[in-house]
Design a protein around this ligand. Structure first.
Ligand code: AMP
Length: 602
């Protein structure tokens, strides 16, 4: 292993990074830094967050800046405000001993005027999100003619976020003889295209272990029915009382819904997604960083700016669309020498994608069994005992009450006392999980599903038609309108924002029915209502029952019918009385929502 000195890092920078605790270069730094210092080579580096890539490009960029020439000499592009601030902050730290160097982060969501003022004063390095930089270019307030190096960090994510045009426009503004360095965790075709178009014989560097942490990550998959995904998530969270993790969802909407449900169910959770204001996102991230929040439900993009090294778990609430996103997600745990668990809560249709992921991460998923109620109770019980042992007693504060407490409890033996203290919390859990069903898809069903998947979609769909947890939806289109299963699926895919499983489809002459998981029915109805099908307005509503036509009642009629028949016990409903309708419906999707006692934290 080489030292920073050996790879050419200058003394003043060396001093700063040594103070930061950098002893030796990380692999990406050892590979990239000599290229960027010694030669004018363009580099495409495949490396993920956490690999030390900021220093890999940051140190040589800093070293090459001519302090006396006060104009932007290096331009660093990145997808989010958080990353922008993080990079600029890291560069400030690395350049602590470089006198007169000015680094400016420019990003959307904050005053453009103050950024313009700073630009006018003169800067050497601009760290920018593409949108804001385009604004500044259009206002003629940033001059990029002196740029000698362009770095695109998390290039794949910038493309995912729709910045392709902005990047093209920005690259057209900088001198052709600049150096270009592109960091990406994945190498989609668009990145190859950009590298071909804008880079000169780029040197391709792949960091062998994409993320050091990957070695320490165990990958576990749970197979459940779509309707049981949320219940499975709760079981997993209950089984790991000290969980400190991120639950990744696909859409903002799903993220908010899952976070709301977890909060309602007494978990220490919150949401992070793009519909929150910047101030809200900052507040949530800060709470999560200081561990005031145990479970953060997030979209991939919003979680980008969050740099937390000690996550115990990453939970994939369903598999990501792009299988390579999985490597990003799982790479967020098992960092800094710690071990981590990446969990995928999947349903039967995602099996193929599990295999794709296994190919990419070159590891097999362990097949997990959703913890049973008994296992959870046991785990939580011992966690409680553990905490009882370790709890800090505020001797002074509690002293004034002790006499009275001893007097009241003196008739109890030590054994009785222990049992009672523990039961105080344990009873709730036992009660909650008393009749808990198994959530794993039984082997037999797996076989049936596999068989039907192989034979084509229709039979696959039909195999689940009798299952609980699917809602039957009436649609005002039938065979006379040209509706066939494929066109119905296309209609749903086109209009419904989130992924949705489609169950049985019954096409009739003038109208039809199809089934979707209960948990999805609400947004399917919302997204399809009024959609266009060959010039006709689509109308959908929950069917009253399996045979009938459209319901004449309210949309939640179906849900209520199920509720009354499932013998859930009145206690839970009584407690839910105070919630709004929507919350109540959400709870009812979850078969475990019937037992709603808050029992999360001992
Ligand atoms: P990055 O991938 O740039 O976000 O870096 C991940 C983490 O590794 C950051 O907390 C850096 O401060 C840290 N880091 C980067 N390079 C080194 C190094 N050579 N030695 C120790 N820590 C480092």
């Amino acid at each position: 292993m080489k030292t920073f000195e050996e790879i050419g890092i200058r003394e003043d920078i060396l001093r700063a990074i040594t103070e930061m605790g950098f002893e030796n270069p990380m692999p990406v730094q050892e590979e990239v830094i000599p290229y960027l210092l010694a030669e004018d080579t363009d580099v495409v580096a495949l490396a993920q967050t956490g690999t030390g890539k900021t220093a890999a490009f940051g140190l040589p960029v800093l070293q090459k800046i001519d302090i006396d020439n006060v104009q932007p000499q290096a331009l660093i592009l990145c997808p989010t405000r958080e990353l922008c601030l993080q990079i600029a902050g890291d560069l400030q730290d690395f350049s602590k001993y470089i006198k007169g160097l000015h680094i400016l982060p420019v990003y959307g969501g904050s005053s453009i005027e103050s950024q313009i003022r700073s630009l006018k004063k003169g800067v050497h390095i601009v760290v920018a999100t593409p949108g804001r930089l385009i604004d500044l270019i259009n206002r003629n307030t940033v001059k990029l003619g002196g740029v000698k190096a362009v770095i695109m960090d998390e290039a794949d994510e910038m493309l995912n976020m729709g910045f392709t045009d902005s990047i093209n426009a920005i690259l057209a503004e900088v001198p052709e003889e600049r150096n270009t360095l592109l960091f990406s965790a994945t190498m989609p075709a668009e990145i190859s295209r950009i590298s071909k178009k804008y880079m000169k014989n780029p040197k391709e560097i792949t960091i062998g272990h994409k993320n050091e942490g990957n070695k320490n990550v165990k990958h576990v998959s749970y197979l459940v029915h779509a309707k049981d995904k949320y219940a499975a998530l709760k079981r997993i969270a209950d089984f790991y009382p000290s969980i400190y993790g991120i639950v990744f969802c696909r859409t903002r909407k799903e993220t908010q819904e899952i976070a709301d449900m977890l909060i309602q169910d007494g978990y220490n959770a919150d949401s992070l997604h793009g519909e929150l204001s910047q101030a809200q996102r900052d507040a949530v991230m800060q709470k999560f960083r200081i561990k005031n929040i145990q479970i953060l439900v997030a979209t991939d993009v919003a979680a980008r700016g969050l740099d937390v090294d000690s996550l115990t778990h990453v939970i994939n609430y369903g598999l990501p669309e792009d299988v390579e996103t999985y490597t990003h997600r799982s790479g967020r745990t098992g960092r800094a020498g710690k071990s981590g668990i990446s969990i995928a809560i999947t349903h039967v249709r995602e099996k193929g994608r599990l295999r794709d992921i296994e190919r990419i991460i070159q590891k097999k998923f362990e097949k997990g069994t959703i913890p049973s109620g008994k296992q959870i109770c046991e785990k939580q019980l011992f966690d409680l005992v553990d905490r009882l042992e370790k709890v800090k007693v505020e001797e002074e504060e509690i002293a004034p009450y002790l006499d009275q407490i001893y007097k009241k409890l003196e008739w109890l033996s030590t054994e009785d006392l222990v049992k009672r203290v523990v039961s105080l919390e344990f009873n709730r859990l036992i009660e909650y999980y008393r009749d808990a069903e198994e959530l794993d898809v039984p082997d037999e069903t797996r076989r049936t599903e596999r068989g039907s998947d192989r034979q084509g979609s229709d039979r696959g769909r039909r195999s689940r038609s009798g299952e609980n947890g699917f809602s039957r939806i009436f649609i005002n289109l039938g065979k006379t309108d040209g509706l066939i299963p494929a066109r119905l699926i296309e209609l749903i895919n086109k209009n419904v924002q989130s992924r949705v499983d489609i169950g049985r489809i019954d096409l009739l002459q003038n109208f039809s029915f199809f089934e979707v998981p209960e948990a999805s029915s609400k947004f399917v109805l919302k997204d399809l209502q009024g959609a266009d099908f060959d010039g006709r307005d689509v109308s959908v509503e929950i069917a009253q029952d399996k045979k009938d036509g459209p319901s004449s009642g309210r949309r939640d009629h179906n849900g209520r019918g199920r509720r009354s028949s499932d013998g859930g016990g009145q206690r839970g409903y009584g407690r839910r009385g105070g919630y709004g309708d929507e919350k109540r419906e959400r709870r009812d999707r979850d078969s475990e929502g019937k037992r709603t006692e808050r029992r999360r934290r001992f």
